[in-house]
Design a protein around this ligand. Structure first.
Ligand code: ASP
Ligand code: MG
Length: 430
């Protein structure tokens, strides 16, 4: 009898009917002979609604109080889910993150898990109950205050608990049937990927595919915890996220061409912006000064491109991308440098998007970039920036061309299925 950790996202528990449907599913897993630990997100758009409420009350809510407010969302869903399970004749006990032993640092709004001591959860399941845990929250080891792990953090709660309880698998339920070769909302021929490595999933998630919380995949990779991503609205087998050795060797169903194995998927991200520092003197230390200023503003940058300096002027342009939400902060930090660094001007563009092809097979397969760029050119998409890793090629394009770029890349690498596979069952996409 193994332990199964199941995590249900907000769209799966959006209303009373959803809660009852999920309760039945949990009971079925219990009846199949497993010990079941469930992690829940807040119902539907509750977290967004609570943030809106806070902002109506206060323009800058204190981080400690905002965390206290937001954790109420998961507290509601865990309690009603436990009630629904009781009505099906099974014992369920709900626990806050703190009660479940999720210990974090004191960084409100983006706390990191530093330890998990799930004694009460273990006792509950040993006594035959189903344990329900509020996702996305913990308690600070130092301040003893309630913390949140960052938006989408319930995935990380689930994996962390699965690791601490030595579960067989961490099942993550949402409103799509698994991880797809592209976002089914813009690529109708997207195909479900049966198995994908932690590394590829990390690249997909980092490049904007809204499949799993990045930190949850990092956690799973570190402890080799298999994740099964699937829909709570269907009984279909989803996508298994496993170590790369367990992907290779297993025939990818539906993939009968070599190409299909080289590229696993196409990710896109519309949340980026681009800053160009125009007319930077081409001498040592200038790029260092620019990026030091951005780093000190606590901004994570992504792609960087520096042009060859024009021979006549010895001036160069440096462009980089960053989350659009940080654009204002970065522009302010950089404009303070204008005098000392001596650049001409700053340009800001938030109507850009990033499109990436990801696949572990590309490191040993030449011509991936050529084929990707040819497809973009045939679709009339102009490339503004390029970056690569061992298993990814990304481009920045105009935001209006993101969809065309995804469709072109998807077709160029033969990722499409012949029939429509992707069903989006619920959610508001908020
Ligand atoms: N409810 C939180 C959010 O919406 C956490 C989660 O859903 O994982 O971000
Ligand atoms: Mg949510």
């Amino acid at each position: 009898m193994g332990i199964v950790v199941q995590k249900y996202g907000g769209s799966s528990v959006a209303d009373a009917a959803g809660i009852k449907r999920v309760a039945q599913r949990i009971v079925n897993t219990k009846k199949a002979g497993h010990q079941v630990v469930v992690v829940v997100s807040a119902m539907g758009d509750t977290t967004d609604d609570l943030i809106d409420l806070a902002n109506e009350v206060s323009p800058l809510p204190p981080a400690r109080e905002l965390d206290m407010l937001l954790t109420a969302g998961e507290r509601m869903s865990m309690a009603v889910l436990a009630m629904a399970i009781h009505d099906l004749g099974h014992e369920a006990r709900s626990f806050t993150g703190s009660q479940a032993g999720v210990i974090t640092d004191a960084e409100h709004g983006k706390a990191k898990i530093i330890d998990v001591t799930p004694g009460r959860i273990q006792t509950a399941i040993d006594e035959g109950a189903i344990a329900i845990v509020a996702g996305f929250q913990g308690v600070s080891q130092t301040t003893k205050d309630i913390t949140t792990l960052g938006r989408g953090g319930s995935d990380t709660t689930a994996v962390a608990l699965a690791v601490a309880l030595r579960a067989d698998v961490c099942e993550i339920y949402s409103d799509v049937d698994g991880i797809f070769t592209a976002d089914p909302r813009i690529e109708p021929r997207a195909r479900k990927v049966p198995r994908i490595s932690y590394e590829e999933t990390l690249e997909m998630a980092a490049q904007g595919a809204k499949i799993l919380h990045l930190r949850c995949v990092e956690y799973a990779r570190r402890y080799d915890m298999p994740i099964h991503v699937r829909s709570s609205f269907s009984e279909k087998e989803g996508t298994w996220v496993v170590k790369s050795a367990d992907v290779a060797g297993v025939a990818q169903e539906g993939a009968n061409t070599m190409e299909a194995a080289i590229i696993t998927g196409v990710a896109h991200d519309r949340s980026q912006a681009k800053i160009t520092v125009v007319g930077v003197p081409d001498k040592p230390g200038e790029a260092a000064a620019i990026f030091r200023a951005v780093a000190e503003a606590q901004i994570n940058i992504d792609m960087i491109v520096q042009n060859v300096s024009a021979a006549a002027t010895s001036l160069t342009d440096i462009s980089f991308t960053l989350p659009a939400g940080e654009g204002q902060t970065a522009m302010t930090a950089l404009s303070r440098l204008q005098e000392t660094v001596g650049f001409d001007s700053l340009q800001y563009d938030d109507s850009v998007g990033k499109v990436s092809v990801v696949g572990a097979g590309m490191s040993s397969s030449p011509g991936i970039s050529a084929r990707f760029f040819e497809a973009l050119s045939e679709a009339g998409v102009n490339i503004e920036m390029i970056s690569t890793s061992e298993i990814r090629v990304s481009v920045v394009v105009a935001e209006t061309q993101v969809e065309a770029a995804v469709n072109a890349a998807h077709a160029a690498f033969d990722l499409g299925s012949d029939e429509i596979e992707a069903v989006v069952y619920g959610g508001t996409g908020r």
